[in-house]
Design a protein around this ligand. Structure first.
Ligand SMILES: Cc1ncc(COP(=O)(O)O)c(C=O)c1O
Length: 386
């Protein structure tokens, strides 16, 4: 066998554990997918119209590397209004989603061998983004008995002389956990004491149900050590527009911009115009979609509990995380069997880290009638197994 031409860097990264299920699901008829984490809503009319208008007006060139100044101004005002955290236009970088913000932030801040602490279960891209930058992800387990909250003590126990930062993502994918302000203050205290960076993925910040989201950068003393990442994909139903942002102190933002300018140039122009509209007039739409997710959340959580699956109460994002371990099979076996026999796609919890073993992730960003049919099919399958 000739030696692989692929870089060791890329060979070291496992393929995403969730992709395989989407590929199988695509080959089966009548599949109800609670797999992919994506809003079923079409981007609201006014945002789409603003994107179309910009194309018709001929705004089809690159923007500045940092993103349109009007968008950064609107974003600065938005973050100030929501969280009372002050960013100037030079502290903000408009990116191709949180995905780009995260990868380029890692490239800008990690030296080979630097360690980044990541509570798990967590979004599948976190560890690979650290590894691709030459760093080492150090996972810290969270568990359902602690409402999937990570404590300052657990983070502190994972610190080594190579620790450079902590990567947190709340509201959380896959658990739906929202970190309480008290727990975030513990994390802040540890970050301060050990002089660590905090990468905070707040893409689900607007999707919380009956609780408040705390912006990590708004905690006392945290703005300048936080790399805040957010975007338009989830709350504004704009996944395909590929738009997000990074907010940090000017030195860090300039460093990330350097990579962005070579790798990306600028985020899509029409998407930036749509995002300005989303920030200016989008609140009622965000509220409408959030209320609908909340309704679906109740139905899916109650449905799982009624069929005997203990289910953590998710307070944010759009995922339910029922436990299936008492059925005596692994989460992967459960998901494969459910797909094969009932044509419903959910994702094994351990695709998001070892602490997700014994759970499955079901996304409820899909229409209520589909959720109801999926629940009937899952109940049928669970009865077969019990
Ligand atoms: C926690 C989390 N962060 C980031 C992303 C990627 O977001 P974007 O579309 O802004 O790249 C996702 C998408 O599923 C996510 O769940």
């Amino acid at each position: 066998m000739p030696r692989s031409k692929l870089s060791q860097r890329v060979q070291a990264i496992p393929p995403s554990g969730i992709r395989r299920f989407f590929d199988i699901a695509a080959t089966l008829p009548d599949v109800i997918s609670l797999g992919i984490g994506e809003p079923d809503f079409v981007t609201p009319d006014a945002f789409r119209a603003a994107g179309i208008k910009s194309i018709e007006a001929g705004y089809t060139a690159y923007t500045s590397n940092s993103g349109l100044i009007e968008l950064r101004e609107a974003l600065a005002a938005h973050l100030q209004k929501l969280y009372g955290v002050g960013y100037g236009v030079d502290d903000l970088l408009i990116t191709v989603g949180v995905s780009e913000a995260m990868q380029n932030a890692m490239l800008a801040l990690i030296d080979p061998g630097d360690e980044i602490i990541i509570p798990e279960p967590s979004f599948v891209a976190y560890g690979p983004s650290v590894q691709l930058a030459g760093g080492v992800p150090v996972y810290v387990a969270t568990n359902v008995d602690d409402a999937f909250q990570v404590t300052g003590a657990a983070i502190e126990a994972a610190i080594s002389p190579r620790t450079k930062g902590i990567l947190i993502g709340y509201p959380n994918n896959p658990t739906g956990a929202v970190m309480s302000r008290e727990h975030l203050l513990e994390v802040a205290e540890v970050a301060e004491r050990h002089d660590l960076l905090v990468f905070s993925d707040e893409i689900y910040d607007r999707l919380v149900y009956g609780v408040e989201h705390t912006c990590f950068a708004a905690l006392p003393g945290m703005r300048d050590r936080t790399i805040l990442m957010g975007g338009f994909s989830k709350a504004y139903a704009m996944t395909g527009w590929r738009l997000g942002y990074l907010a940090a102190n000017q030195e860090i933002t300039a460093a990330v911009r350097k990579i962005h300018q070579y790798a990306i140039m600028s985020a899509p122009t029409m998407s930036q115009y749509a995002a300005i509209e989303a920030l200016q007039s989008g609140e009622p739409e965000v509220e409408r979609m959030c209320n609908e997710y909340d309704r679906r959340r109740r139905v899916i959580v109650d449905g799982f509990r009624q069929m005997g699956l203990p289910t953590f109460e998710p307070q944010g994002a759009f995922y339910a995380f029922p436990a299936i371990s008492h059925l005596g099979i692994s989460a992967t076996e459960f998901c494969e069997g459910l797909l094969e026999h009932e044509h419903v796609a959910v994702i094994p919890g351990d695709a998001f880290g070892p602490s997700g073993a014994g759970f499955v992730r079901a996304c409820y960003a899909t229409a209520l009638p589909k959720i109801e049919s999926a629940l009937e099919r899952i109940e049928h399958y669970v009865r077969r197994l019990s």
